[in-house]
Design a protein around this ligand. Structure first.
Ligand SMILES: [Fe+2]
Ligand SMILES: [Fe+2]
Length: 204
């Protein structure tokens, strides 16, 4: 199953009708871009389709953690799917990936809230409480002000989403660093962003 079909299969399991409607409203017009977009210029999932891979993995982790902690699975899944959706506007891609004008001036955290607000306003009767909880997931997903979130996670769903997002970004960086390492030794070269070397699996 390709990544887009996997996303559709997951969307079909959403029970809350407002969340199902909102996700279709936001995702369907963006299908062509979402199939090919990277998640970053360089840091993590920086390859065609990387954004969708990242969204699916964060969604999968969030579903498992929602069950483990007994929190709102549909809300958390919506946050996972939408948290980086504005990377479609933040980044331009083609020969290479770069920040767009809006990406530099506004950034995907704020652009993402604008997308959610625009869609919930258009869906007549969308519950205010749900709108606020979902927007909170978007604005707080970087986990701290220092890392670019204007507010820090204030709900369990937001704590889970920011942790799952950070974990998936780190795991992708480690895997790529290990795969790209050309040294003979047991450990990789120092990773400047993660500030350590990593043990290479299978090397003794
Ligand atoms: Fe993000
Ligand atoms: Fe992310």
């Amino acid at each position: 199953m390709d990544a887009w079909s996997e996303l559709q299969a997951r969307l079909a399991r959403v029970e809350n009708p407002w969340i199902a409607q909102l996700l279709s409203d936001i995702l369907l017009p963006r299908e062509a871009k979402l199939r090919i977009w990277p998640a970053a210029v360089t840091v993590h999932h920086a390859y065609p389709g990387g954004l969708l891979d990242h969204i699916l993995k964060v969604g999968e982790t969030c579903e498992a953690l929602a069950a483990a902690y007994g929190v709102d699975r549909d809300l958390l899944f919506a946050g996972a799917v939408l948290h980086d959706i504005a990377k479609l506007d933040e980044l331009t891609t083609g020969e290479s990936t770069a920040y767009s004008r809006d990406g530099n001036l506004i950034g995907h955290v704020t652009l993402g809230v604008l997308i959610v607000r625009e869609s919930t306003t258009r869906l007549d009767g969308f519950p205010e409480d749900l709108r606020a909880r979902l927007e909170h997931l978007i604005v707080s997903h970087h986990g701290s002000r220092q890392l670019g979130s204007p507010v820090e996670p204030m709900t369990i769903e937001a704590l889970i989403l920011s942790a799952a997002d950070d974990l998936d970004a780190k795991i992708d960086q480690v895997r790529r660093h290990v795969a790209d390492d050309e040294g003979e030794g047991e450990f990789t070269a120092f990773h400047p962003r993660l500030r350590r070397a990593f043990l290479k699996p299978g090397v003794r």
